[in-house]
Design a protein around this ligand. Structure first.
Ligand code: IMP
Length: 180
């Protein structure tokens, strides 16, 4: 039987098992380890959603590297607000550094567009994006994530850090809204 969860008024069904997520995260980590060999990138996890992906990924990185967290915008409901407000928490000097943004999901790309523009103002050596989920059909901007866990259709998902009105971030698997 399909695994299901109920969060507030909505029912979600399982889409990606936790084991599959972990396997994919390990693959991304080994790609980053190869690509950044001899370099010391700064990982920037985007709160709140990316906290689990950032932790899982970072544990598997064998480079001499640093980690910091930033926050971009608030979000509630089942679609992106499109209202990116401000960048909070970037205390490092990133000039000349290799930056890897770690995000939970690139949906419309509003958040990434804003964050990339803000970071580039400080002249980093490079900026790449690692995202657990990418929804290419929802994308509104010319954003191309460099490391993608899973490409999904635009349906709303929860789990593995992603929330529905603040709930569901603690789920080990990723679930999709059951619209039947
Ligand atoms: P953006 O539209 O790419 O700017 O995504 C903005 C934010 O919306 C993401 O960082 C997520 O927090 C949230 N978001 C987008 N799609 C989903 C989803 O399917 N589930 C939960 N949160 C989502």
């Amino acid at each position: 039987m399909t695994k299901k969860v109920k969060i507030k008024d909505k029912e979600f069904r399982i889409l990606i098992e936790g084991d599959r997520i972990q396997h994919r995260v390990a693959e991304i980590a080994s790609q980053i380890n190869k690509d950044y060999k001899g370099k010391s990138p700064l990982f920037l996890g985007v709160l709140n959603g990316a906290f689990l992906f950032t932790a899982d990924l970072f544990k598997k990185i064998d480079l001499t590297c640093m980690l910091s967290f930033v926050r971009v915008s608030s979000y509630s409901g089942t679609s992106s607000t499109g209202q990116v407000k401000s960048l909070i928490g970037l205390n490092e000097n990133i000039e000349g550094r290799d930056i890897i943004i770690v995000e939970d999901i690139v949906d419309t790309g509003d958040t990434m567009l804003y964050l990339m523009a803000e970071l580039k103002k400080q002249n980093p050596a490079s900026v790449k994006i690692a995202t657990a989920i990418f929804k290419p059909l929802a994308l509104k901007h010319p954003i191309k994530p460099d490391y993608v866990g899973f490409e999904l259709p635009p349906a709303f998902i929860v789990g593995y850090g992603l929330d529905y009105d603040g709930f569901g971030r603690n789920l080990n698997d990723i679930y999709v809204l059951n619209e039947e």
